[in-house]
Design a protein around this ligand. Structure first.
Ligand code: NI
Length: 177
């Protein structure tokens, strides 16, 4: 089932998500729907709060894509993590990021270059992922969503206020169109 993706400046995107106590069928269905929504929107990651569910769940797929793939994108390297935590981080990397909740805007953000992320898989089993490059960036971006933090919140203060003003104006125009 496709879920509605909340768009900035929806205040719910700033809410902090709560840990999942039990990974049950309801959570597994949510994960399935999040994957379907992400592949249809042609994104590489999605966090539960982006679909209005303030639970600590993320899905990502940073598998290499070919030109002209059909929508919804075919799964390549799907990863779902419940209660994800960046347990270790090293170095720094600057990557041009975008977000399904901030359509039409990309910008460079600095993050840890290598991370170890721990959490639970869709069966509630412990999971540990060592990532670098795009996957490391993507995991940190999605985990930020669980804290109510968007990539635009990580821009310099000056840039942030300019960008947010522009995004709010655009959202207001779209709402009135
Ligand atoms: Ni995002």
């Amino acid at each position: 089932m496709l879920l509605e993706i909340l768009k900035y400046p929806d205040p719910r995107l700033a809410d902090k998500s709560t840990p999942v106590a039990v990974v049950d069928d309801e959570i597994r269905t949510l994960i399935e729907n999040m994957f379907e929504t992400m592949y249809t929107a042609e994104g590489v990651g999605l966090a539960a709060p982006q679909v209005g569910v303030t639970k600590r769940i993320i899905v990502v797929d940073c598998g290499v894509r070919e030109e002209g793939e059909e929508t919804p994108l075919p799964p390549k390297e799907p990863i779902a993590i419940v209660n994800p935590v960046v347990a270790e981080g090293q170095g720094s990397i600057v990557w041009e990021e975008g977000c399904l909740s901030v359509p039409g805007y990309v910008d460079e953000v600095e993050r840890k270059a290598k991370v170890k992320v721990t959490g639970l898989d869709k069966n509630g089993e412990p999971l540990e992922i060592h990532a670098e490059g795009l996957l490391a960036v993507c995991l940190q971006h999605e985990i930020d969503h669980l804290e109510g933090v968007l990539f635009v919140d990580r821009l310099s203060r000056l840039k942030q206020s300019m960008v947010k003003k522009k995004l709010k104006k655009r959202a207001a125009e779209e709402a009135s169109a």
